[in-house]
Design a protein around this ligand. Structure first.
Ligand code: M6R
Length: 614
């Protein structure tokens, strides 16, 4: 939620800041702003409602000079998206500018205290409170900017990643974090900071991930200094960033979402590489092998996640129960943290997250660890907060996902969960060598299955025309593909704004069947698996009530093609892995419908890629 960028060095800051904002726009895009200290030591602040491109247009004729600056792209939490509430926020004397990602929970109390001291406010944001608090402390205690920031942050309850510039110290860019991500890049011509590493990648591969309650001083002439809020020096751990610029560009596709859908054969190869071994008879996951005793003696597994990752978790539950014979529960991370969960020290909590920064998931694992459970992260973003807060885990390694609608992360997550279930089954002796080999070989073939499935794109594009102006959709699936139905519905609603509901196919008769008529198309995921015959009955029930059916079936299916209105044939794949392949046509259907409706699929309204607020 919200992206922040900062730069100090010998180059002009503005082009670096704008390019960085474009990279971070997936985190929020309702308003944007920049602040630079120009050569005359003036703080120039420009901000506007809308996207980063709107900001660029707005500043086209303005003074954007300066070699130190900060920038922000916003996803509104406090106050409507307008130019007043946009960041940077500025102190009353105009000297200090600040950008913030996170939420100051006690802002109302702090604001009232400042108002009582005569401080005036112009915006509805929690962030303006912070910059004015820093100014107030600095002026009333005659302290340095760094000390004023430290003192202010000690009074703050909530989450923050901030970057601050001060006209009194034009050679210092100050940053701090608590529960919101911040990474610093050390380059040849200056130092950079950003909410994630994507804005830094073309300038440096030397990065430092700031930890909670740390404050960094990026100086023009001094090495990076990191301290804690008590002014004690902290360790500066310089890591090597493994990311390339090409991963962050559209590579000839009109949208990141389409690029990411089509990337899936490659991303799954990366995800599987080195993990399905010994002639496809064994799974090697260090997170499981290094914790063999914990998995052998586990009481139960609880999986916490949000959104698409939660759908992957539902599939993971079935996989681990079927193959590893362990009781698994799946919880929305946001509910888990407030449910007073009962956890034992032999329970394992698996946290699934693409971004590794989702606030609810992060809070859930902190809670799990405080109760003594081991936390296993299934994360995409390397070095992210959830990855670092987990005891162990497995990266899905599908590369940066920029489109707000999660696609390649979902297939990567389910693939990792399948490998984990196999590895756990091997370890606990709940799986025969033969069964392991069958599933492991199928995992190895997943990239090929997906390549074949992607050839359906023209057909799905054509089909999408029929449904562009529909107002509601129903998605049905059973067994392993009930979560796939939920995921298909989520994809459609988040990018096309068409209401869509996912349901277990057999539950339809307990309520949603009342909705069925000619106006409500139903997508049924119906591969040839154990529940196939039963799903056919569900399709018949829809057809008998005049509903239209789009069925995703196993190639060569003769029965459903005689009943459904439209057939999408996917390759034959074992039941446990079928959600990974069935997800592809659902992603394409949502994409093409949204495009036909003229929606911005990469930046759907009201959404942000990384939900770092509660
Ligand atoms: O980064 P995470 O996997 O933790 O994100 C969880 C959800 O916010 C995310 O999956 C969201 O639902 C996506 N927009 C779905 O496409």
């Amino acid at each position: 939620m919200c992206g922040i960028v900062g730069f100090i060095g010998s180059s002009e800051a503005y082009p670096i800041l704008i390019k960085g904002l474009h990279r971070l726009e997936y985190r929020g895009y309702d308003s944007a702003g920049v602040a630079m200290i120009n050569p005359d030591n003036r703080v120039n602040v420009y901000k506007t409602r809308g996207k980063v491109a709107d900001l660029e247009e707005y500043v086209a004729d303005k003074d954007v000079s300066g070699t130190i600056g900060i920038a922000h792209t916003r996803w509104a939490t406090h106050g409507e998206p307008n130019s007043t509430n946009a960041h940077p926020h500025v102190s009353g004397n105009g000297k200090i500018a600040l950008v913030h990602n996170g939420t100051i929970e006690n802002y109302a109390v702090l604001k009232q205290a400042l108002v009582n001291h005569g401080v005036q406010f112009s915006s509805d944001t929690d962030t303006e409170v912070l910059v004015k608090l820093i100014e107030y402390i600095k002026e009333t205690t005659n302290s340095s900017t760094v000390d004023a920031i430290r003192s202010a942050l000690k009074t703050v309850i909530g989450a923050f990643a901030i970057a601050v510039i001060d006209r009194d110290n034009p050679d210092q860019l100050i940053a701090a974090r608590k529960s919101s991500p911040l990474v610093i890049g050390l380059g040849e011509t200056g130092s950079y900071l950003a909410s994630d590493a994507t804005p830094l990648v073309e300038y440096t591969d030397r990065v430092v991930y700031l930890r909670d309650d740390e404050l960094a001083i990026l100086s023009r002439h001094e090495p990076l200094q990191v301290i804690n809020l008590d002014n004690e020096p902290a360790n500066v751990d310089i890591q090597t960033l493994r990311m390339s610029v090409s991963e962050l560009e559209k590579g000839g596709y009109p949208h990141f979402m389409l690029k990411e859908i089509f990337e899936q054969p490659r991303t799954l190869r990366d995800c599987i590489r080195g993990r399905v071994v010994n002639n496809n008879t064994e799974i090697k996951l260090s997170g499981i092998m290094d914790n063999a005793e914990a998995f052998k003696n586990v009481g139960r597994i609880v999986i916490v996640a949000c959104g698409t990752s939660w759908h992957a978790a539902l599939i993971g539950k079935r996989l681990i129960q079927d193959l590893g014979k362990i009781a698994v529960e799946v919880e929305y991370a946001s509910e888990f943290r407030y449910s007073n969960p009962v956890l034992n020290t032999n329970d394992i909590v698996i946290a699934i997250s693409q971004s590794g920064e989702t606030a609810d998931t992060l809070a859930a694992i902190k809670l799990a660890r405080s109760k003594g459970a081991m936390v296993y992260g299934v994360v995409n973003a390397v070095g992210s907060s959830i990855a670092r807060e987990s005891d162990t885990g497995t990266y899905i390694h599908v590369g940066p996902e920029i489109g707000v609608a999660s696609t390649k992360a979902f297939t990567g997550q389910v693939t990792v969960l399948a490998m984990m279930a196999l590895a756990i089954g091997q370890l606990r002796g709940t799986l025969s060598k033969e069964d392991t080999a069958v599933i492991a070989s199928s995992i190895q073939k997943l990239p090929d299955y997906i390549e074949e499935t992607l050839k359906l794109d023209p057909l799905i594009k054509e089909l999408s025309q029929t449904y562009t102006y529909v107002h509601n959709f129903l998605y049905l699936g059973r067994g392993y593909n009930y979560p796939t139905a939920l995921e298909g519905a989520l994809k459609l609603k988040e990018i096309s704004y068409i209401h869509a509901e996912g349901y277990p196919a057999a539950e339809m008769k307990h309520g949603p069947i009342a909705l069925i008529d000619r106006e409500l198309p139903t997508v049924v995921i119906a591969p040839h698996d154990d529940l196939y015959e039963k799903v056919i009955s569900n399709i018949q029930q829809v057809k008998a009530r005049g509903g239209e059916v789009i069925a995703i079936v196993t190639r060569g299916d003769k029965t459903i093609s005689g009943i459904a209105d439209h057939i999408i044939e996917m390759p034959k794949v074992i039941e446990q892995l079928s959600p990974i392949v069935a997800a592809i046509p659902l992603q394409l259907l949502a994409y093409h419908i949204a495009i036909k409706k003229g929606c911005n699929v990469d930046m759907p309204r009201n959404l942000a890629k990384s939900v770092t607020v509660e």
